[in-house]
Every structure is written in C-alpha cells, then in structure tokens.
Design a protein around this ligand. Structure first.
Ligand SMILES: O=C(CO)[C@H](O)[C@H](O)COP(=O)(O)O
Ligand SMILES: [Fe+2]
Length: 224
C-alpha cells in the first residue's frame, strides 16, 4: 500500500475563517487539502473557484491542493486552477466530451490528473486511460453535498479498482470520497483505498487532530 493520505474536504470547514481552518487541519496532521468545486450545473450546488485556491496559496498553504471538479464543461477551468496553485485536478468523465484530452490538458498544465467515478459510473471508463492517470477517485456518495452516508457498494468497487491498478504496475493513487469516518475507514482501507477524503467527520468535531489520529490508527490496523 502507498503511504496513506488524509485529505480533509474543506466543504465542511467554516468558510468565514478558511485560511485558519486549513492551517489548523494541516497542523492536526492532514496531508492534502481536498477542494470541492461545484457549479450548480453538473451538481446541484455552488461552491468555490480558482480565486479561493489562489487565496489559500497566498495565505501560505504549501500542502498539496487536491481539486475535485464537479463542473461541466471541465477544460475551460483547468488552466485557471493550475495557475491558482492546484496540485492535483480530478474531473468526472460525464462532464468532459474528450476524457483523454482533458487528462492531457491537466498534465500539460503541470498538475497530476485524476478521474472521478460516481457510485453508478461503470469501471469501463478507466479503459484506455488508466495508464495516463495519477489518481482514481471513487465517490462513495452522489456528488454535490457533504455529510451524506457512505454507500456500501463502493467497497466492492474499491476492490475491483485496486485489482486494476495493481495489474497496471503503476503507482496510481486510489482515493475515496464521501461519508468516510473513523468507524468505516478501516474497511475502506482494507478494500484498497490509500487516499481518504473526509469533510464532516473532521470539521464536524472540535479536535481535528484526534479524529485524524483515530483514522490513521484504523488504517494501520487494517493494513496488519
Ligand atoms: O465531493 C464531495 C461531495 O460531492 C465531498 O468531498 C464529500 O462529500 C466530503 O464530505 P463528507 O466527508 O462530509 O461526505
Ligand atoms: Fe470531493
């Protein structure tokens, strides 16, 4: 297993104090900042764009910023996020007319590229592009909102994507997003995830360090 990564979703942070919230969660042991971009078109919600990403970089955030684009169309925003300081950019195949081209665009802009599969998206979207990817992001809720319950069928899907990644021989991260909590993160890790997004489970508690430590302990237990 690659070194586990904990990527708190700032969707559940206090946006009025965003810089401080990100500083606090990174000081509490988080690895990446998961940055959810919603456009009220691909998903029925509206969040934040490149200006906020750039503001976090200007604030002094040096950790990887993991941009999850829930927008349609995708390509127009890729250079803006790259300039704003995104480290990874992931997108949904349904939102791009030319998935291979969008992956190449993200990489040409100097970012790592991820493809996001919704709960009902079949795995064959990975055919012909898996070798081009740095990350596969499996949604374990339908995209659009934080605080939803983990959909159990994501576990079997994780196992199947893990097999495909291992068979590819490449170091592609397998990220899970939606309803991840200390009490289910062990079985999620055992099913093959190595990168864990959690929004409400972390920002909904007063002690971020305690939740992150509990998550790491559960992941370590699952690896034994
Ligand atoms: O992409 C997302 C929603 O579309 C969020 O990253 C995700 O829902 C995280 O929130 P939580 O951990 O509260 O489920
Ligand atoms: Fe997300």
């Amino acid at each position: 297993m690659q070194t586990p990564v904990i990527a708190p979703s700032i969707l559940s942070a206090d946006f009025a104090r965003l810089g401080e919230e990100v500083d606090n969660v990174l000081a509490a042991g988080a690895d990446w900042v998961h940055f959810d971009v919603m456009d009220n078109h691909y998903v029925p919600n509206l969040t934040i764009g490149p200006l906020v990403c750039e503001a976090l970089r200007r604030h002094g955030v040096t950790a990887p910023i993991d941009v999850h684009l829930m927008v349609e169309p995708v390509d127009r925003l890729v250079p803006d996020f790259a300039k704003a300081g995104a480290s990874l950019i992931s997108f949904h195949p349904e939102a791009s007319k030319h998935v291979h081209r969008t992956i190449q665009l993200i990489k040409a802009e100097g970012c790592r590229a991820g493809l996001v599969l919704n709960p009902a998206t079949p795995l064959d979207v990975l055919d012909h592009v898996l070798d081009e990817l740095d990350l596969v992001l499996l949604m374990s809720v339908n995209p659009g909102f934080g605080g939803q319950a983990f959909i159990p069928s994501a576990l079997d899907k994780l196992r199947r994507v893990r097999e495909r990644i291992d068979a590819s021989g490449r170091s592609i991260r397998l990220e899970i997003d939606g309803g991840v909590k200390p009490d289910n993160i062990g079985e999620i890790a055992a099913a093959g995830a190595d990168t864990f997004v959690a929004g409400s489970a972390i920002f909904g508690k007063p002690d971020y360090a305690a939740v992150i430590a509990q998550m790491r302990a559960e992941i370590a237990k699952a690896a034994r």
